[in-house]
Design a protein around this ligand. Structure first.
Ligand SMILES: Cc1ncc(COP(=O)(O)O)c(C=O)c1O
Length: 376
């Protein structure tokens, strides 16, 4: 049996997104051209912007299309290049944040404070506030973690920042794993900036969004033409953007039923995993994305399990797709307080509503056999 259980790494494209993309490929005009072909592309582009804005509950003028989550994250944290230079981030952000912050700190002598999550994979808003001061010009905490799937109290963190920071302290959230899976509303969350990526909710790869509240001055990453109101030059990826908006609409509209079905599948598999002796599930089970399981088995290497699962036809991962193969234990799990040895043992299984009970039972059977064989 072949089972895809690595939806946090990427998702298959939705049929509606493929169809919209093909249509947009036919109307190939450059949205910046003033002739009819260009105008047609511009109309498609602007209606996608409106759609995305509506789904995030913001204005179209606050949406900037990017090449994906990494660009949106890198761009967002550049806002910290101005001001007093104090930045606060959670210690288990995606590397698109952590590495970009490190690079910026080297270049501009910014001071970056990394706040550790609690053992259950949740960032304590109080702890964030203790690190925020009137000199803080950026705080970034992800909406949901990509390895353990824990959902962060973004709204509460925002409130704490307003107490401890100055009026200009910018609050950014990386919502790449959250959008399309749990409700995301920039007004309710109280964020100034937010990143998302289309391929995590059934859209195409290489396209994403940076939401930036009107009034915040963006520091461009790229220089060139006047696209995206002069802030993000380069001819827009119209087919990708159009497909992203369609995928996002479908994911958000079906969110509740999809989440309920996914949660059932996940809990079914968790029950099977718990039957395996000395197995551990990492991160809060309550405040968690519907499809995420992050677990380990005492005495067994995560990478070995992933390879054997692959041989059995199951696609899973031993952590973030971006760091697998580096030989380093997960910075997410070590930030949560796991030892390096325990962090090496972890595997991540991420399901969606398109998975079936038969597939989940198959994964459970395979895991039980693989762990037994590796322990021998
Ligand atoms: C939380 C998070 N942020 C950022 C990214 C990077 O997004 P992209 O692959 O679109 O560059 C990912 C991708 O795995 C992610 O999970």
């Amino acid at each position: 049996m072949n089972v895809y259980a690595d939806h946090a790494a990427t998702t298959p494209m939705r049929a509606c997104a493929k169809e919209a993309m093909l249509e947009a490929l036919e109307d190939f005009g450059n949205p910046s051209s003033i002739h009819s072909a260009g105008r047609l592309a511009a109309v498609r582009l602007e209606s996608a912007r409106k759609e995305v804005a509506e789904l995030l509950n913001c204005r179209p003028s606050e949406i900037y299309f990017t090449s994906g989550g990494t660009e949106a994250d890198n761009w967002a944290i550049r806002a910290a290049r101005y001001g007093d230079g104090h930045v606060v981030a959670s210690a288990f952000e995606h590397h698109a944040i952590i590495h970009a912050l490190k690079a910026m700190a080297r270049e501009k002598e910014r001071h970056v404070e990394l706040v550790k999550p609690e053992r259950d994979g949740i960032v304590d808003p109080e702890r964030v506030r203790r690190n925020v001061s009137q000199y803080t010009n950026l705080v970034t905490v992800m909406a949901a973690n990509n390895e353990v799937g824990t959902i962060q109290p973004v709204e509460e963190i925002g409130r704490e920042i307003r107490k401890g920071g100055n009026k200009r302290t910018i609050f950014h959230t990386d919502a790449v794993q959250a959008v399309g899976h749990i409700p995301v509303d920039v007004q309710k969350m109280g964020v100034d900036m937010l990143s998302l990526s289309a391929h995590k909710f059934g859209g195409p790869k290489g396209v994403g969004v940076l939401y930036c509240r009107n009034g915040i001055i963006l520091d461009p990453l790229l220089f060139g033409g006047g696209q995206e109101r002069g802030n993000r030059p380069g001819t827009e990826n119209t087919p990708g953007i159009v497909a992203m908006a369609v995928a996002m609409r479908e994911a958000c509209e079906n969110m509740e039923s999809a989440a309920a079905k996914t949660r059932e599948l996940r809990d079914r598999l968790i029950r099977r995993i718990k039957e395996i002796p000395d197995s551990y599930i990492h991160g809060s089970l309550e405040k968690r994305l519907p499809g995420n399981i992050n677990c380990s088995f005492a005495g067994v290497e995560g990478e070995a399990v992933v390879i054997m699962l692959d041989l059995a036809g199951v696609c899973a991962s031993s952590g973030s797709a971006c760091t697998s193969g580096t030989g380093e234990p997960s910075h997410v799990l070590t930030a949560m307080g796991l030892s390096r040895k325990d962090a090496y043992g972890a595997i991540r299984i991420t399901l969606e509503e398109t998975n079936t009970e038969a597939e989940v039972d198959y994964i459970g059977d395979q895991l039980a056999e693989i762990v037994k064989a590796l322990r021998k």
